[in-house]
Design a protein around this ligand. Structure first.
Ligand code: OOB
Length: 546
């Protein structure tokens, strides 16, 4: 990317670059060239289905070119950043590919993000454009843009898909018949993914053309994708999993068809599966549970579905065993991270591997280590923290040098914070986590971020946010709070957090008001220890009262 330096974004040392190129992982390509190649190869085949709207590969390419021309006329160019916050619509694909063609880097925000997160992304990246839908899921994104824009001098354009009101309408930007040259270089950042984060603020993950294309191609191959693939995009499309592991781009790179689901509920998903003969989808465990339960209740079988990928959070062995009998398809467990490494159970793996493990790394170039608290490798089969390095795992986040120094080892391994062991011939079994993060049904929450907001409330003396076990979500968010007056209630705190503009999935599911936090012996303990203690006490109390 233009103007990039190593402190901004640490990247692979030269010897690794040469190795990854020599191995054929990196092929000196960009997404701009990819979309042209696909249009030539798959021409009249259906690329995208979004409600009644269908696009062939040729049409998709023309629309991407026309939009890129319009965005270029606005002045957007290589190295600029744009925050994209779109629901599952075909416009998402057009916007992201048009930006990538110009070398403008989309920051892939989620529809659930609110002004706190979006404001930070826009400010931190000095984004020159913000792309939103008019309304989606009952929320008016124009209101969000209106609130944020006056304080962001670099934000020149707000582009709205739908009724734009005072902003630029997306549909007015297409300059049909015009093309612009593709601008990016293979080593440029293609997109910024957003990390779940373990500290106060989400981090930006630079994914580059070369390595992200390798990521997608490899994931598609391990998932058995081909021209007959029909992928149902049920999760929010901006997530790395439905976007690129192999997700919608993996499908397009193989000449398959992407079906956009406006919501992931069983009514919508089952109807789309039948209407378009969906062959594969990717979901988080709570959604897999919901689909299984609904299929059983309705005595329904998605007849065309061959593979259900489940990832983002651990699926335990018991529900995993039921996927095939209830949905009639092969389960593929996916243990991945937006920072890079993706593990898959292979489609032809024995049942015990599919049910009991989260799969093995997808690339022969992936290096993994399982280490103890001192950073030494544990004995084979023992449990420890997973470290990883490889041809599509980043070497650093965007502009957070101090955090990078902790999150990566000196020799470039990413510390995942996941506690795992290797079993069944090198497959990873995830058994826990050693990082300050809550995984609520696949969405990641940094407790510190929520705690800091609670502490900003006048009446809150202290707060500790903890993940408690939940039968459906895996974990739910519980905030332990000490109110100075004893008067503050749940309703007020919910209102306070919403008022600060916190994404809905980060809102605590429960508040527990306590007079003080547990005594901890000598000295001040860390927030992390306090959270562990509160969690243990709470679970103990619940089991006693049962
Ligand atoms: C995916 O990416 P992120 O960046 O939202 O979250 C990564 C973290 C992992 O470090 C791990 O803690 C957890 O999510 N995780 C799993 C898991 N898949 C992800 N924990 C247990 N079992 C699994 N199967 O979540 C993501 C990215 C690409 C593909 C799939 C998921």
């Amino acid at each position: 990317m233009t103007g990039e330096n190593h402190t901004d974004m640490p990247t692979w040392p030269q010897e690794f670059r040469e190795h990854y190129a020599n191995e054929g992982f990196w092929r000196d390509e960009t997404f701009a060239g990819t979309i042209d190649r696909l249009a030539t190869e798959y021409d009249e085949k259906t690329a995208l289905i979004d409600g009644d709207h269908r696009l062939t590969y040729a049409e998709l390419q023309q629309r991407i070119h026309a939009l890129a021309a319009g965005l270029s006329a606005l002045g957007l160019s290589r190295g600029d950043k744009a925050v994209v916050q779109m629901p599952n619509r075909s416009a998402f694909v057009e916007i992201v590919f048009a930006l990538m063609r110009l070398g403008v880097v989309p920051v892939l925000a989620l529809p659930a993000h609110r002004h706190l997160e979006i404001g930070r992304f826009l400010e931190f990246t000095e984004a020159s454009a913000f792309f939103v839908a008019d309304r989606a899921g009952g929320f008016d994104y124009r209101g969000l843009a209106r609130e944020l824009k006056p304080n962001l001098p670099s934000l020149a354009h707000v582009v709205v898909d739908g009724d734009a009101e005072e902003f630029l309408s997306l549909s007015s930007l297409y300059r049909h018949g015009e093309t612009v040259p593709d601008a990016p270089q293979p080593d440029d950042v293609a997109v910024f993914q957003i990390s779940g984060g373990t500290t106060g603020v989400p981090k930006l993950i630079p994914r580059r053309h070369n390595e992200y294309l390798y990521n997608i191609r490899t994931a598609a191959s391990v998932s058995g994708m081909g021209a007959v693939t029909v992928y149902l995009c049920a999760l929010p499309v901006a997530h790395n999993f439905p976007l690129a592991c192999p997700g919608i781009i993996g499908t397009l790179m193989n000449g398959g068809t992407v079906v956009m689901a406006p919501d992931p509920g069983a009514d919508t998903a089952f109807a789309l599966m039948d209407a378009h003969k969906v062959t594969i989808s990717g979901v988080v465990p709570p959604l897999a549970l919901l689909w299984m339960e609904e299929a059983e209740k309705r005595r329904y079988r998605p007849r065309s579905l061959q593979v259900l990928q489940v990832g983002g959070a651990k699926m335990s062995a018991e529900p995993a065993r039921h996927v095939k009998p209830k949905l009639g398809c092969t389960l593929q467990q996916v243990f991945g991270m937006a920072e890079g490494l993706i593990c898959f159970t292979r489609l032809d793996a024995p049942e015990e591997v599919i049910v009991n493990t989260q799969g093995r790394p997808m690339s022969p170039g992936d290096e993994i280590r399982v280490v103890d608290a001192d950073g030494n490798d544990v004995a084979p089969g023992e449990t420890g923290e997973l470290l990883t390095r490889g041809p599509y795992t980043i070497r650093g986040y965007y502009r957070v040098p101090e955090h990078n120094a902790r999150a990566f080892t000196a020799d470039g391994f990413y510390r995942t914070g996941d506690i795992v062991r290797l079993a069944y011939g090198g497959n990873v079994v995830v058994s826990g986590r050693d990082k300050d993060q809550i995984n609520r049904g696949g969405e990641k929450i940094a407790p510190e971020e929520v705690e800091n907001l609670l502490l900003a409330h006048d009446d809150i003396h202290d707060a500790a946010v903890v993940g408690l076990p939940d039968p459906v979500l895996g974990e739910r968010i519980c905030a332990f709070v000490i109110s100075r007056s004893g008067q503050t209630k749940t309703l007020a705190l919910n209102r306070h957090l919403r008022g600060r503009g916190l994404a809905s999935f980060k809102m605590p599911d429960d508040f527990v008001f306590v007079p003080s936090f547990p005594e901890t012996g000598i000295g001040k303990i860390s927030k992390k220890e306090l959270r562990e203690k509160l969690k243990a006490l709470h679970l103990e109390q619940i089991s006693i009262s049962k």
